[in-house]
Write a protein that binds this ligand. Sequence first.
Ligand code: C2O
Ligand code: CU
Ligand code: CU
Length: 496
Amino acid sequence: EKMSIKLTRRQFAAGSVALLSCGSFNRAWGKTANTKLPIPPLLDGTAAEPIDLQIRAGQWSFMPGIKTPTLGFSQDYLGPTIRTRQNSELNLNYENTLDEGVAIHGHGLHVPGAVDGGPQLEIAPGGRWQPTLPIVQPAATCWYHSHTHGRTSHQVYHGLAGMIIIDDDLSRATDLPSRYGVDDLPVIVQDRTFDERGRLVYSLSDAGEDGWYGETVVVNGAMSPVAHVPAGKVRLRLLNGANARFYIVAFADNRSFHKIAGDGGFLEAPVQMTSMEMAPGERCEIIVDLEDGAPAELLTLFEDEFEGEGPVGDLLKLLSRNRRPAPSLILRVDTSLPANTAPLPEKLAAIARPLQSEIVRTRDFVLDMDDGGSGTHDSTGSHAMMDMTINGAAMDMNVINERVKRGVWERWRIRSNQGEHPFHVHGCSFLIEKIAGEAPPPDQQGWKDTVVLDDDGWSEIVVQFNHLATDQYPYMYHCHILEHEDRGMMGQFTVS
Ligand code: C2O
Ligand code: CU
Ligand code: CU
């Protein structure tokens, strides 16, 4: 019944434990400060009036008393949560007040290429963009973020990201916790590095070959914040909004939780787990039960710092108290809030899988970040010029890499030649048939838009596109390590 995950896909001696870290800042601030979890304002995405999203510079306090220059949507850091509904239209009105171009993509949305917000749709400084997004897909937790050519990593790091929640008849009919900010919490996990004055440290050209790793975890822009929640079931909408970190999500007391949804919406049934891995770009909705009134400490451990394999709980037990990682989010029970104690539904969404005979074509994608010894590192030894490619080609705005037919099922086989990469596809949700040659675990069997690849075999997805994406406004597929994306690990495709 209880599931464990492999802590890392790299091979290390079983059971050995290295430093577990969520960053030194968390450790210091988590003890002294009791920051409340910031809850982005909730906006109604079904209204006829467009939602104004002003892309602007701001000053945000990640640490009490220290102002950090940031970017945000109509706020200092991140953006409002937009809640919309299947079979409605989402009207947005972006205004770019920055002095650089910005493209904003709706990640996870099944919308036509013309409103998908890829790099072709850059909003010039001082410009506006008013897309109407037809929301046809089922309930899911999605997000919007910068997708500016060559600048995505920088702009997301400074704050250009926000959450989109889609409801449908099923999500509204269940007894699942759904009071936003009360028992249904947006949890945007990122890592950031600060200098001694509290400014964000970031440089694409200084990022290592795995991308930019921040030292400190922030959740909705706060370090080790506290959320006061009812004594019952609480739903966390986790979004890995980091540039490059893979997190291992668990609770400090190793309690179990239920995953109810992945990137593209509900699983067929809740899956009980004690830990899970989240790659950049992925979303997971989980239900944690606080009926016992005890606080719950959410950990988001750095997968790259783990050495060893086995259940996270076993590793945590081996650590002395002062080496325990700081929690990324503390849930404290407030018994004055009305609790959701309804049992979890046994069944969630039905997932209509295609028959093998309906899959009409196969495409292969090989991700590579090998410099091939061709001396493409610059003289400083930076990885900025390293070749990051898919099928041997780096992203070129003037090249359409694939042409796909609308409304038919395809199998995409994807593999990495070097390193671990979250491969993301625009304009769709897909089903994973294989991860590294093996059947996906139950919690990965729902709709996804990001699949993690390693160099140990083909991963396979089945996918169908139902909207158009033209030569002018194609869709993208890419690695969601944003430094890899900006360095070229991305391709363009049309749907016609
Ligand atoms: Cu979340 Cu193409 O990106
Ligand atoms: Cu996307
Ligand atoms: Cu990558």
